[in-house]
Design a binder for this molecule. Sequence first.
Ligand SMILES: C[S@@+](CC[C@H](N)C(=O)[O-])C[C@H]1O[C@@H](n2cnc3c(N)ncnc32)[C@H](O)[C@@H]1O
Length: 200
Amino acid sequence: MSRELLLAKYPESFAGLTSYAHWLATAGVERGLIGPRETERIWDRHIANCAAMAELIPANARVIDIGSGAGLPGLVLGIVRPDIHVTLIEPLQRRCDFLNEVIADLELGQRVEVTRGRAQDVSVAKADVVTARAVAPLNKLLTWALPLVAPGGQVLAMKGSSAPTEIEEAASVLKNRNAEIILCGQDLVDPMTTVVRVSS
Ligand SMILES: C[S@@+](CC[C@H](N)C(=O)[O-])C[C@H]1O[C@@H](n2cnc3c(N)ncnc32)[C@H](O)[C@@H]1O
């Protein structure tokens, strides 16, 4: 179902999404970047859920994705949004190798790049948007993400039902910043994707 919805919403990116789904289901599983049981859910649980975040990203944004793993959500965003620049930050070499191979195959190298390292250690230009999915609890994630956000920018953290509790627990890091829970992807996923947005 998600596949058809993605085709309708992103017809020009659909070939790229299909190639990426194939990479995840083959090399991604063989190299242990994604569980074998995930192959049936690649479109719904992974690609569509991540693509849902695209509606929150301003035009021509510079995006940093922390802890990309196999490229979620950063690579998906780079595929469906040809106007943005994405830096994928990932500490593990074999994951970086996979990401670089996919970027080369999909010819995304002009706009999507990989920086190997931990988010708290890397030296990269600040971004308009910093994304992350399944990397760390919000309080820890924000200590890594906020220093990477340019003035006026935002952190978009994909979270599930734990979002309200994680926001409460991040109070000392948030200080007077606003954290909102946003549901996105109404036309792509059911249930909708939950994102915590923190403005810098
Ligand atoms: C559970 S995986 C999630 C991967 C991907 N975001 C996803 O949703 O499928 C967590 C990823 O965060 C990376 N990671 C862990 N600590 C990190 C740090 N301090 N900075 C950047 N990435 C980190 C790990 O190497 C791993 O690839």
